[in-house]
Design a protein around this ligand. Structure first.
Ligand code: ZN
Ligand code: ZN
Length: 147
């Protein structure tokens, strides 16, 4: 069981489950939405997340023609997870919101062609110029877990 919360602590959630995968994405959309050099995403089943305090606000945003739901704290703006109609039942959770972040590591770097020049990547994990198949990322996570 893992607890997560936003910066202002108005919302707290509980995650019980096995992630499908976790990756770092260096695309320009992730740089913008995180306000940082890259975005970290953990793909999880929606049913494994339970809100234990507060209320998550959902906004629908248009990302290059795709409707994406952004679930966040309306007070401090911290994003918790993103969902899209084309991926029912799963969400891309922002794992930096976990209170303990020591239990996971990204298995791949995506969109490294737009990575900021000063970011030094771990060469021992796969790097993709663009977007790989999600099945490939799931495979990487499950083969990594036993190490
Ligand atoms: Zn908050
Ligand atoms: Zn991205």
């Amino acid at each position: 069981m893992h607890l997560g919360s936003c910066e202002c602590k108005a919302i707290q959630y509980k995650y019980t489950g096995e992630p499908l995968t976790c990756y770092a994405c260096h695309c320009t959309d992730c740089q913008t939405s995180s306000g940082s050099a890259f975005g970290l995403s953990m793909i999880v089943n929606n049913k494994d997340i339970e809100i234990v305090k507060g209320e998550v606000t959902t906004n629908t945003i248009d990302v290059n023609g795709t409707k994406v739901q952004k679930h966040h704290c309306s007070q401090c703006g911290t994003p918790f997870w993103f969902s899209a109609d084309e991926y029912p039942g799963i969400v891309a959770l922002k794992p930096g919101t976990f209170e303990d972040t020591s239990w996971f590591k990204p298995v791949a770097h995506l969109w490294v062609r737009s990575a900021q020049s000063w970011v030094i990547l771990d060469s021992s994990i796969p790097q993709y110029e663009k977007q790989p198949e999600i099945s490939e990322l799931i495979e990487l996570w499950s083969s990594n877990e036993n190490t």
